[in-house]
Write a protein that binds this ligand. Structure first.
Ligand SMILES: Cc1ncc(COP(=O)(O)O)c(C=O)c1O
Length: 437
């Protein structure tokens, strides 16, 4: 399919300046030079209005695990569209997606839906506060959890403001963040068991929840160690603090999500992205004891959660179709392709004598340039800067060579990709590095 488009990406970006601040409706699609505009997506490919074909290794920021315009997901959406898009009465579709998700994870005994990962994180934090009656949350430095005031603290701190490595400062991401927000977020050094535990113990009496993404993408796509997660688990049990996983991105790592991928269970988890089958979604799921805070049956609910579009049936049917397609065979395929990509990127760099490290697991990968292995947000941040020509230029160069990655070189595979697509990706990586060196 090739559709004639009137305006080029350059012309569209010029036109967008008149309607969006900075010419873009969301910060993550801003880049200099501007990103190409998509005409349509087809399986693993994106076709731009300029007539270029890009291998889609972003998949709308990891959300589209079956690639673009999957026929089975589209059919489910179209069937629902004919019946209506959203009602202020419940539907069977919400029960069905709820059951599909809870069936995959042992301790997901109840679920509530929202419309984005940001909202899911927000509700998980509010649930922790309502359950414990305490104000503070702890989170790891550099981890991105969306745009909620408390959750975004220290997600983009820098050497000039991040403070000591063993006790990171609570740094505002947005200008104007109230001091009270910063005072209520304890920032942990990722994978540093002793210092994180000391910080948690010091704030135990005020802590509602500890929130962790066990493989935070913007913080380096580095896996939390089993010891680190177990330390948090034990601390939360001892101190009656809610352990929250942010699985918005990492639910794609295994059929049972982070608990299966990392071997330690949360109390409640924030979900999003893949569970909506390409439609806007978020969810909070977990043990009944914790999720009962959302129960409206109580005379005066401790937490009122709703949302005009929460659990809308279009998202529900799309999510159900997507998760049904994401079976054991699909995970085996993603894991095998992911391993090929990670090993292949190492090979491409070794062949060229480029110092590098590749992180990620299953369908996620990230290429870091530099000599020291990235261990946390600070070391992966340093590495981007140190190897600035490669670090800054790689994502752009990959785009020029036909591969669309997330910013800072993270990539996400989809089930519709093949070995030929991996060959294409690795070839593009080699050509991109050659362009930059
Ligand atoms: C780990 C994590 N949490 C939360 C979010 C926010 O999700 P959304 O963009 O759907 O609001 C993201 C988005 O990238 C994420 O990666």
């Amino acid at each position: 399919m090739n559709v004639a488009i009137d305006l080029s990406s350059k012309e569209l970006f010029a036109r967008a300046q008149n309607v969006f601040p900075g010419g873009t409706p969301r910060a993550a699609t801003f880049s200099n030079p501007p990103m190409p505009y998509v005409d349509f997506g087809e399986g693993p490919w994106l076709l731009t209005v300029d007539g270029d074909r890009l291998l889609d290794c972003s998949n709308n920021f990891t959300a589209l695990i079956h690639g673009n315009a999957h026929p089975k997901i589209n059919a489910a959406i179209q069937k629902q569209l004919a019946k209506g898009t959203a009602f202020s009465l419940p539907t069977q579709a919400e029960i069905e997606l709820g059951e599909v998700i809870c069936d995959r994870v042992d301790h997901f005994e109840a679920i509530r839906f929202s419309n984005s990962g940001t909202e899911a994180v927000l509700w998980a934090v509010k649930a922790a506060r309502a359950i414990t009656g305490r104000p503070k949350i702890a989170k790891c430095e550099g981890a991105y959890h969306g745009g909620y005031d408390f959750a975004e603290v220290s997600s983009s701190s820098r050497p000039e403001n991040w403070g000591r490595a063993d006790a990171p400062l609570s740094v505002a991401t947005s200008y104007g963040t109230p001091q009270g927000v910063l005072e209520n977020v304890v920032v942990l050094p990722f994978n540093d068991v002793a210092h994180s535990l000391a910080l948690l113990e010091a704030h135990a009496g005020d802590l509602a929840g500890v929130m962790i993404d066990p493989m935070a993408s913007r913080a380096g796509l580095i896996a939390a160690t089993p010891e680190y997660l177990q330390m948090i688990r034990d601390f939360c049990n001892r101190s009656h603090v809610v352990m929250i996983y942010d699985e918005v991105l990492t639910f794609r790592l295994a059929k049972g999500g982070d608990s299966e991928a990392f071997g330690v269970r949360s109390d409640i988890s924030a979900l999003g992205k893949i569970i909506g089958g390409g439609m806007p979604v978020g969810a909070i799921a977990g043990k009944k004891d914790f999720m009962s805070i959302f129960d409206n049956g109580a005379a005066k609910p401790k937490l009122y959660h709703s949302g005009t579009y929460s659990a809308n049936p279009v998202t529900m049917v799309a999510g159900k179709a997507a998760l049904e397609l994401l079976d054991d065979a699909a995970f085996a395929h993603l894991n095998r392709l992911g391993e090929r990509v990670r090993e292949g990127l190492r090979h491409v760099c070794r062949q060229r004598g480029i110092e590098h490290h590749v992180t990620g697991m299953s369908s996620l990968f990230r290429l870091h340039f530099g000599s020291a292995p990235p261990t946390d947000y600070r070391s992966s941040w340093e590495m981007i800067r140190e190897a600035s020509v490669l670090g800054d230029g790689f994502t752009q160069a990959m785009m020029q060579n036909g591969v669309h990655l997330l910013p800072i070189g993270t990539g996400a595979l989809s089930t519709v990709m093949t070995d030929e697509d991996v060959d294409f990706l690795l070839d593009a990586a080699g050509r991109s590095i050659d362009m930059l060196t």
